[in-house]
Design a protein around this ligand. Structure first.
Ligand code: NDP
Length: 468
């Protein structure tokens, strides 16, 4: 369990131990000032990547193009007032809201097993072991196949996602900001002390988002697992819903929209576009195929639900991760067979490490009796958890991040080397993974104490053996 789990409850007459610890609060991301800047800058980065990957950025094939052509076009306003491409439309906002409602409906009604999450609150054992519907794979197939079929039958035009990309991104940003405000305000609602510990209306606060600074807490997320009680006893988990569904599936629809537009304007779908589509669709499919794994991630067990996750899930992931597909619409690249094979090999190496490491840990932790899992060496911590010290987890403490990062290269390589912009993902994701490794290391050091030190002395490298 993470450092933030089960920290405080907002109750009438109750106290918050977060209040006593205010002076020692461990801020992240530069504290209130840093998070205020991030809240303004991150949406701008989404727009920058859009513009840099559009006519102002890639019209001329040059590494410096986005930096040479975009700033003047921004300064003289021509990049901002393109009548053919408005920044905001009510229609696009309605599409984003409708998409969220459709996915919420799928979350509530599609068939699938229920899974139990980890214990979120040690103060009330059992009370915060929540249940979640694991029907994401069904939502993925219904949404993606429905969209492709609808496009093939002429009922919908998937290239709408390409043409209306900018107002759709604005719609997603508006929704994520509105959601963050709602989440922060609802976390302040004080409930009667007699309310049962597992009642959805009782806010369980994440320690990392309970600093007392409204801006910081709204960014980090004050409440750990905000839920809305629906008729029939169904408890709608806002964070777990947003983590995978609307953003990840929306990302693939944006990619498909780019492929549809490339087909319409170019007459065929290039092999580079097919590689990007195949890799990214598989990545999202894999996330849903292993959906229960989300319940043990730091996002669910430790971080509160605020701007950081809401914006990341709903706006950042779909509208920046689809950048390579969008680039390939304006620059349809047909790759040589050798290049295709080299890129596929890169993807497979990354996948081998990523899936191998993640599956090995999942199998080990869930008590698999497979001989390869039984043969793993491990140390047993005082808390009872076992930490693997051989196999993938003996190579580096987050070797799974290395596999993920290698796969990130395979998503960018199909755009070749005409612009650095399409490689934004490799750079951003590298920074995210190093930062995530530091946060996880801090969490494990706090949780396991000297056992973690012992583990680190056996497995010395963090992500990349010999280098980091
Ligand atoms: P990990 O799957 O790396 O799990 C970390 C946790 O595993 C630790 O907190 C600890 O938890 C446990 N653990 C650590 N070392 C060991 C060990 N040696 N043996 C057994 N258990 C151990 O966490 P993440 O949630 O960060 O990553 C999951 C996957 O998601 C990764 O592959 C990552 O690349 C990917 N990811 C992708 C992102 C994207 O945007 N595409 C964003 C973030 C992650 P405990 O307290 O249980 O001991």
């Amino acid at each position: 369990m993470g450092k933030g789990a089960g920290k405080t409850h907002a109750t009438e007459g109750g106290s918050s131990d977060g209040v006593e610890n205010k002076t020692a609060f461990a801020y992240e991301f530069g504290g209130p000032a840093g998070t205020a800047v991030l809240m303004m800058v991150l949406p701008m980065v989404v727009y920058f990547l859009y513009l840099a990957c559009g006519p102002y950025g890639v019209a001329t094939v040059s590494l410096a193009a986005p930096f040479v052509h975009l700033p003047p076009a921004l300064l003289d306003g021509s990049a901002l007032h393109d009548p053919a491409q408005p920044w905001f439309t009510l229609e696009a906002l309605a599409v984003v809201v409708g998409w969220l409602l459709l996915q919420a409906l799928f979350y509530a009604v599609l068939p699938g097993p229920m899974a139990e999450g980890v214990e979120l609150d040690p103060q009330t054992p059992g009370a915060r072991r929540l249940r979640y519907p694991m029907n994401g794979l069904a939502a993925f197939f219904v949404s993606v196949l429905g969209a492709v079929l609808g496009h093939a039958l002429g009922v919908i035009d998937l290239s709408y996602c390409y043409h209306e990309f900018l107002p759709l991104a604005t719609g997603a940003i508006i929704v994520s900001v509105a959601l963050s405000v709602y989440l922060y305000l609802s976390s302040l609602v004080v409930v009667p002390a007699s309310t049962p510990a597992n009642a959805p209306e009782r806010a369980l606060l994440a320690a990392g988002g309970d600093s007392g600074s409204p801006v910081y807490d709204a960014f980090m997320g004050r409440e750990l697992n905000p839920r809305i009680a629906l008729p029939g006893g169904f408890s709608f988990d806002l964070k777990v819903f947003c983590e995978l569904r609307p953003g990840l599936i929306g990302w693939i629809l944006l990619d498909l929209g780019c492929a549809a537009e490339q087909y319409a304007s170019h007459g065929s779908i290039t092999n580079s576009m097919m590689l990007v589509l195949a890799f990214q669709t598989y990545y999202v499919f894999d996330s849903f195929y292993n959906e229960p794994a989300i319940l043990t991630t730091m996002d669910v067990t430790t971080d509160g639900f605020g701007f950081m996750l809401a914006f990341g899930d709903l706006a950042w992931v779909p509208f920046t991760y689809s950048l390579q597909a969008r680039y390939l619409v304006l620059n349809p690249l047909e790759l040589s067979t050798l290049t295709v094979l080299a890129i596929i090999a890169t993807k497979l190496i990354g996948l081998y490490i990523f899936r191998g490491a993640n599956s090995q840990k999942n199998a080990f932790r869930s008590g698999s009796t497979d001989p390869s899992i039984l043969a793993l060496e491990y140390i047993t911590t005082e808390r009872g958890s076992r930490l693997i010290t051989s196999g993938w987890w003996g190579v580096a403490r987050h070797v799974n991040y290395l596999g993920d990062w290698i796969m990130a290269w395979a998503w960018c390589l199909p755009t070749l080397f005409h612009t650095p912009i399409t490689y934004y993902y490799v750079i951003y994701f590298g920074i995210l993974l190093v930062h995530r490794d530091l946060r996880d290391d801090h969490k494990c050091a706090t949780k396991y104490g000297k056992d973690w030190k012992r583990y680190c002395s056996i497995v010395r490298w963090r992500i990349l053996p010999g280098i980091y």
